[in-house]
Structures are given as structure tokens and as C-alpha cells.
Design a protein around this ligand. Structure first.
Ligand SMILES: Nc1nc2c(ncn2[C@@H]2O[C@H](COP(=O)(O)OP(=O)(O)OP(=O)(O)O)[C@@H](O)[C@H]2O)c(=O)[nH]1
Length: 421
């Protein structure tokens, strides 16, 4: 611990930023700014070069956690280097003028272009954007992460699914992080952080910190659908800036749940979600599309086919492992009514379709039934949020799809006879 009257040699600069950012005063500052522990001035200087230089350090993933939070700009964390080197100067009583002349032993990296954000942020920023740290290796993947992309028509229960999953995981002492990707969202049952984030109990991300539908409709005079598409395009434009920075807060093995907007355009022809998924893949995330369909669709074969086709369109566009969930099972009075649709034969679908429609549609019906059958789409997992076992089943099914937990170590607890009496 630092004595109370001790002043950091670089004038509290990093400390203020980082205590704001992570709400752990000193810790990041010490690690990044003044904790270079070489035995001599020369060794200390070399350590600054190493600590504040992200790319080679990432090769073995050592330090990556700290490096991500270095107070540097894109050109190799220069601020980190200055803070570190002044720490060494302080430690070895080197004159400030000499310390100021020390330069990192590497060529400057070209600055990445930061795209302008045309719409002001939804939340009041507590600090100017240049007060927040940026990272120096935005394109480097940090290790394997896992993600669910929760999609489906408006009102199909996506946000409710996310909050139930969150509650389930809290009870099971498992950590997941919910990310709101709906710029039109107004309220959530799961915690969503606004402004700076906190480490505890979990990290949350919210697209409304980048752009919100209210701001867009107000400032650009767009309607709700046009506004949403504008927001998603803006999000797409900022994948390498805003999202990359935000994602760097997540560590290896982190599990993110993306709660997406329900506009069908987003998973039929607008490329925003597709490019977002590609971005996640580049960041080394195993992603699974979780498509929610309201169980009310299952009461009628024609609605069912339309639900299947929308899901199929998402599957083809996103090119991800795809899990279909039948939501709101508690609203289905007779489970037998939907059982027939969970895994039906194409021939059964076809005959039902033919019964419901005029004879001139027979060929079309046949083609649709075959299409769905060809893509193995006719497969839904029912989800009843009242039952914990149902949530657990869906979660383990998805975990399996994205290979989550395959490398997890078996937890062994020492036998304590007194405790077990
Ligand atoms: N009975 C019942 N109602 C549900 C369930 N899931 C969601 N709902 C209700 O369905 C409505 C829509 O749920 P949301 O979770 O907001 O749906 P969404 O897909 O996120 O909607 P958008 O954000 O508009 O796309 C809400 O009134 C929920 O309370 C469920 O499992 N059972």
C-alpha cells in the first residue's frame, strides 16, 4: 500500500483516469505506471519498454489483462511508457530532465483512424472521451470467448430470455455478461451499465452508450425502423473503434449474451449483424445464433412455416451454429399441440399445408416443405421460463454448440470430515 502523503511521480494522471474507469484506485496505476521492478535504472527502463508495448507481450498472453488497460494511445501506449519511466526515475533518483529524454525503443505505430460519431451519446459522459484509456492492439485476439446472439422477431421474448438466463446463472454461480444491442431498448430486467462500467458483479455493455434511437429520431427526423437501421449501421461503422475497445474488457473464457433488436431486416438482408458476427469471430469468439420463436406460431402450420423461413434466413445470412428456441411455453395450454411441430416430418407438414391452402399452392407447399427439410430446420427446443430445468437444458445445449466448458478443469474439493458430518 502507498503511504497517504506519497505522490505518484507522474502526477496522479493515470490514477485518476483509472480509478474513474475501473473504480479500483491505485491498482492499475501501480501495475501500469510505477510498478516496474527492475533492480537497476537500466533494467527498470527495459521493463517499461516491455510492459507498455502490447504486441510482443500478447504473444504469450502474459500481462495482456493489464496491457489492455494501459493508459496509452494507439501508438504503442506512449502515456503508459511516460508514466512507467517516471516511476523508474523516481525509484532510482534520476533527474526529471533525464527521464523526460528517454524514448521507447521502437518505431511509432501509425495512428488508426477514428470514425466520427455523428450522434451524441445517450448517457451523460462523466469524463471527456480522451480521459478514457485506449488500447494499443485493437486487432489482436485475446483468447477464446463465447457468445450467444439472441435474435428473433419483435416480442418473441429475447430480453426476457436474457434476464432469465442471467438470473439462472447468478443462482448457479456462473458468470455471464449481457450486452444490449437494441438502441431502442427502454428498460431491462437484467443490469445494464450506463457510462463507466464497474467490475462487480459483472460487466455489461450497452449500445445506447454509442447511439440511441431516441437521439437519432430526434436529430435526423427518422422513423422508428429507419432510425434503428441507421443506429445499426452506425454500430457497424464503429466495430473497430467502440466495440473493439469495449470487448477488450472481457477476458479469456468470458461468456457474452447479445440481446439483439427484433427487426427482421437485420437478419435477412441488412449486413450489420453479419459484419458484427464476423468481427466477433476475428476476436476469437465462438458464437451461436439463438433464434427465439413465440410458441403461438405453432398453433397454425402456415404461421409455423413463416417462422421457420425467417429463422432459416437468419441461419443462411449469419452462417453460425444455430439453435431454435420455442419461447413462452407457459402460454401453451396443451403441450401436445406444439409437440407435433418440434420435430415433424416434412411429409406431415406438407399434408397440413395442403389442407389449409387452395390446391393451386400445392407445388409451392411442396417446395417450402422440402426447403425446410433440406436445411434441417424443423427442430425447436421448447423453453418454459418458469422451470429452471428447462433453462438449464437450453443453456447446456447451446454450451455444447459453442464448445463452452470443454477445457474446464474438474473442480476438486478436499474432503472435510467435520463439514460433512
Ligand atoms: N408468458 C410469457 N410471456 C413472456 C415470456 N417471454 C416474454 N414474454 C412477454 O412477451 C413480451 C415481449 O417480451 P420481450 O422479452 O420484451 O421480447 P423481445 O423479443 O425482447 O422484444 P423486442 O425487444 O421488441 O424485440 C413481454 O410482455 C414479456 O413479458 C414467457 O416466457 N412467457
Amino acid at each position: 500500500m502507498f503511504p497517504k502523503d506519497w505522490t505518484p511521480p507522474c502526477g496522479n494522471f493515470c490514477t485518476k483516469k483509472y480509478s474513474n474507469f475501473v473504480q479500483i484506485p491505485w491498482r492499475i496505476f501501480c501495475k501500469k505506471g510505477c510498478d516496474s521492478d527492475g533492480e537497476t535504472w537500466e533494467e527498470c527502463k527495459d521493463e517499461c519498454n516491455e510492459i507498455c508495448y502490447k504486441d510482443p507481450v500478447l504473444k504469450d498472453h502474459e500481462w495482456s489483462y493489464y496491457i489492455d488497460r494501459s493508459p496509452g494511445h494507439d501508438n504503442y501506449s506512449m502515456e503508459c511508457f511516460r508514466a512507467c519511466i517516471s516511476g523508474c526515475g523516481f525509484k532510482f533518483n534520476v533527474l526529471q530532465e533525464m527521464v523526460n529524454q528517454i524514448q521507447p525503443n521502437r518505431p511509432p505505430k501509425p495512428q488508426t483512424e477514428v470514425k466520427p460519431k455523428p450522434i451524441p451519446q445517450h448517457s451523460e459522459p462523466t469524463t471527456a472521451s480522451d480521459e478514457l484509456p485506449c488500447s494499443s492492439a485493437q486487432s489482436e485476439p485475446l483468447g477464446m470467448g463465447f457468445a450467444q446472439l439472441v435474435i428473433g422477431p419483435a416480442g418473441s421474448g429475447k430480453s426476457t430470455y436474457c434476464s432469465s438466463l442471467y438470473e439462472h446463472c447468478v443462482a448457479a454461480r456462473r458468470t455471464i455478461h449481457i450486452v444490449n444491442l437494441d438502441p431502442a431498448a427502454e428498460q431491462f430486467n437484467y443490469p445494464v451499465a450506463m457510462g463507466t462500467f464497474s467490475f462487480s458483479p459483472s460487466l455489461f455493455l450497452d449500445i445506447r452508450e454509442l447511439i440511441s434511437l431516441d437521439d437519432v429520431t430526434e436529430e435526423l427526423g427518422l422513423g422508428p425502423n429507419g432510425g434503428l437501421l441507421y443506429c445499426m449501421e452506425h454500430f457497424e461503422d464503429n466495430l473497430d473503434d467502440w466495440l473493439a475497445d469495449e470487448l477488450e474488457n472481457y477476458l479469456d473464457d468470458d461468456y457474452l449474451i447479445f440481446d439483439c433488436p427484433g427487426q427482421i431486416e437485420l437478419f435477412s438482408h441488412v449486413p450489420a449483424l453479419k459484419n458484427f458476427v464476423e468481427h466477433l469471430k476475428r476476436k476469437n469468439f465462438n458464437v451461436c445464433a439463438v433464434y427465439l420463436l413465440d410458441s403461438q406460431f405453432m398453433t397454425d402450420v402456415t404461421k409455423y412455416i413463416s417462422g421457420c423461413l425467417a429463422s432459416l434466413s437468419a441461419m443462411v445470412q449469419l452462417e453460425l451454429p444455430h439453435v431454435n428456441i420455442l419461447s413462452k411455453m407457459d402460454l401453451v395450454p396443451n403441450k401436445k399441440d406444439v409437440n407435433d411441430y418440434l420435430n415433424p416430418e416434412a411429409s406431415v407438414l406438407l399434408s397440413e399445408l395442403n389442407q389449409h391452402m387452395a390446391p393451386q399452392f400445392a407445388k409451392l407447399n411442396k417446395a417450402l416443405a422440402e426447403l425446410i427439410d433440406d436445411f434441417s430446420m424443423v427442430n425447436f427446443i421448447p423453453l418454459d421460463l418458469r422451470k429452471d430445468s428447462s433453462i438449464a437444458y437450453v443453456l447446456s445445449y447451446i454450451d455444447n454448440c459453442i464448445q463452452f466448458g470443454e477445457d474446464a478443469e474438474v473442480k476438486i474439493r478436499d474432503f472435510d470430515p467435520e463439514e460433512d458430518v
